[in-house]
Design a protein around this ligand. Structure first.
Ligand SMILES: Nc1ncnc2c1ncn2[C@@H]1O[C@H](COP(=O)(O)OP(=O)(O)OP(=O)(O)O)[C@@H](O)[C@H]1O
Ligand SMILES: O=P(O)(O)OC[C@H]1O[C@H](OP(=O)(O)OP(=O)(O)O)[C@H](O)[C@@H]1O
Ligand SMILES: [Mg+2]
Length: 282
């Protein structure tokens, strides 16, 4: 049975459970459940604190974990990222009161408050900056106002929390994060159960980012049309009853679907339809 760690709380837990559900896995019905078995898929899910997931996976007791890239790096655990999942996207940045710190070099001698001590200590050491780090559990934006630190290092998504606290970012982002699948460093990459799990999640990612496009076009326009909709392998082209016309079917990136429909229309394609993809195995 495959043993998988899933975030039990916080920003990652809802979208992670949703993705697993879309991939056909049974999920817990109630937020207090800490472990469930999905007998049909032969998977056991452990609902753990996002911060602890890399540690469990590195210990070898669990095969796979879903967590944030920033949490993985912060933990320093012996685990590696094997699939980015495209949700909980954020940057990790320094911030301070406007005018107090203008660049990275200004951090020397300052105190940085953060919940991600591992990332910050590593980043400061890498740049040879001698600053103190104070660990806080959350809501670190307030640390400056309350005099615990002059600088914070935290997750930034929309920037609303920083703005509300009257802070501005300092320097370039320390890292870009998103939810990721992790395994123990050097674990057997060919394990068929792990491979099947990853294929299912990849199927969800494709179903979320692509749509199916169908249209009719004249044979003379086919080459131009196919250039607009090359599909993943190659589009399906079938003859229509009306001579000189063909029907074309290809997957296209959802974000570009409207632009592609306009371009197809302009070269004479008609009856252009897009439909959602519910599941997929590439
Ligand atoms: N506002 C946000 N937007 C996107 N990702 C976020 C946001 N806040 C936290 N994350 C991501 O969530 C993960 C942290 O999850 P965790 O549950 O520890 O904290 P949280 O989501 O801040 O929840 P809580 O504050 O309730 O503990 C990290 O990967 C982080 O990058
Ligand atoms: O840029 P934004 O869109 O404002 O998002 C970033 C904020 O979201 C998270 O906070 P959360 O609400 O989880 O509280 P916490 O600081 O206590 O973790 C994070 O720690 C930032 O404070
Ligand atoms: Mg938080």
């Amino acid at each position: 049975m495959l043993r998988i760690a899933v975030p039990n709380k916080g920003s990652l837990s809802g979208p992670a459970a949703e993705m697993l559900h879309e991939a056909g896995y049974q999920q817990r019905r109630e937020s207090k459940e800490l472990r469930i078995v999905d007998p049909t898929n032969e998977v056991e899910f452990f609902y753990l604190r996002p911060r602890d997931i890399a540690i469990y996976v590195a210990s070898g007791q669990l095969d796979i974990g879903l967590t944030g890239r920033d949490l993985l790096i912060d933990s320093g655990a012996d685990a590696e990222e094997i699939l980015p999942l495209g949700f909980a996207r954020s940057t990790f940045r320094y911030a301070s009161k406007p005018g107090t710190v203008t660049g990275l070099a200004d951090l020397a001698g300052k105190t940085v408050a953060t919940s991600y001590e591992g990332i910050v200590a590593g980043h400061l050491a890498e740049h040879g900056i001698d600053a103190s780090v104070v660990h806080l559990d959350g809501a670190v934006e307030t640390a400056i106002q309350l005099g615990v630190a002059q600088v914070i290092a935290d997750v930034v998504e929309t920037g609303t929390s920083l703005r509300n606290a009257g802070l501005e970012v300092v320097g370039e982002p320390i890292m870009q994060s998103e939810a990721v699948v992790i395994r123990r460093t050097g674990a057997d990459g060919d394990d068929p159960k792990v491979q099947q799990f990853l294929r299912r999640l990849q199927g969800v990612l494709v179903a979320r980012t692509y749509v199916m496009m169908d249209y009719d076009c004249r044979v003379e326009q086919l080459e131009k049309a196919v250039a607009l909709t090359p599909g993943l392998e190659s589009p399906t082209v079938s003859p229509l009853h009306n001579e000189g016309w063909v029907a074309v079917r290809a997957m296209v990136p959802a974000k570009e679907a409207q632009r592609i429909m306009d371009d197809l229309y302009d070269i004479g394609a008609r009856a252009i339809l897009t439909t959602a993809i519910h599941a997929c195995r590439l």
